[in-house]
Design a protein. Structure first.
Length: 232
């Protein structure tokens, strides 16, 4: 089984601890690595499926609204149909965004677990370290090393946040909410200026709320106390 070795007479720090793996430990770690990799694949498949369902529903709703508008001439029937369809699509979009944020956070935890396994490999066989592309520590530096495949960690992370899937879905949700609320205000006799102000406020409010969920998840991931931090 595994055994911790340290210098005689000294209490080793977490950074100085090294694992001496037993004969069968590599097999156990490989099995765990396969399980974690499969879990990551399932998470990403779920995220792709959820985004596909959301975008398909959104596209079908837009086509349905166009057909109803062409048939009814933007009469009261069109307004009723739009008001029924609007909350359904918005709810689906918000649920999709919330789950995508959860998946992103869970993926970070899985990456940390995989990095710990690679750390065990190089603790037992240090000569393989130069052949590993991804991270070998479970702190923020190690996670970024895995996501960026060994490239240098960016000083600012805003561009990474802006191009990920939760941000895209959050922006679509803000547009859907803005369109729906603007249509409601216009239907009940709001002036053009009123509609414009309400739409701007709705877009900013929904965007701020959804982006705050992403930032909260990002902060939660950064608060993780690493077991195997990066070496200086």
């Amino acid at each position: 089984m595994s055994k911790i070795e340290s210098d005689a007479g000294d209490v080793p720090s977490a950074r100085d601890v090294r694992l001496r793996l037993g004969d069968h430990a590599a097999t156990f770690l490989s099995s765990e690595q396969f399980s974690l990799g499969s879990a990551r694949a399932l998470l990403w498949n779920e995220s792709f499926n959820r985004v596909t369902v959301f975008l398909t529903t959104l596209s079908a709703s837009a086509v349905a609204l166009a057909l109803v508008a062409d048939a009814s001439g933007f009469s009261g029937q069109f307004a009723v149909f739009a008001f029924v369809l609007f909350p359904i699509v918005l709810f689906l979009g918000i649920a999709t965004h919330a789950r995508l944020v959860q998946i992103s956070l869970e993926d970070v935890h899985l990456v940390q677990a995989l990095n710990r396994l690679r750390r065990a490999y190089i603790d037992n066989a240090p000569e393989i370290r130069d052949y590993l592309t991804t991270g070998v520590s479970d702190d923020e530096i190690g996670v970024w090393a895995t996501y960026l495949l060994g490239r240098q960690q960016p000083r600012r992370h805003w561009h990474q946040v802006l191009v990920n899937m939760p941000t895209v879905v959050a922006t679509l949700n803000a547009v859907i909410a803005t369109t729906g609320i603007g249509g409601v205000v216009k239907y009940f006799g709001g002036t053009r200026l009123t509609v414009l102000v309400v739409c701007a406020g709705t877009f900013l409010t929904v965007s701020a709320v959804l982006f705050s969920l992403q930032l909260r998840a990002f902060k939660t991931a950064r608060q993780h106390a690493p077991r195997y931090p990066s070496e200086d």
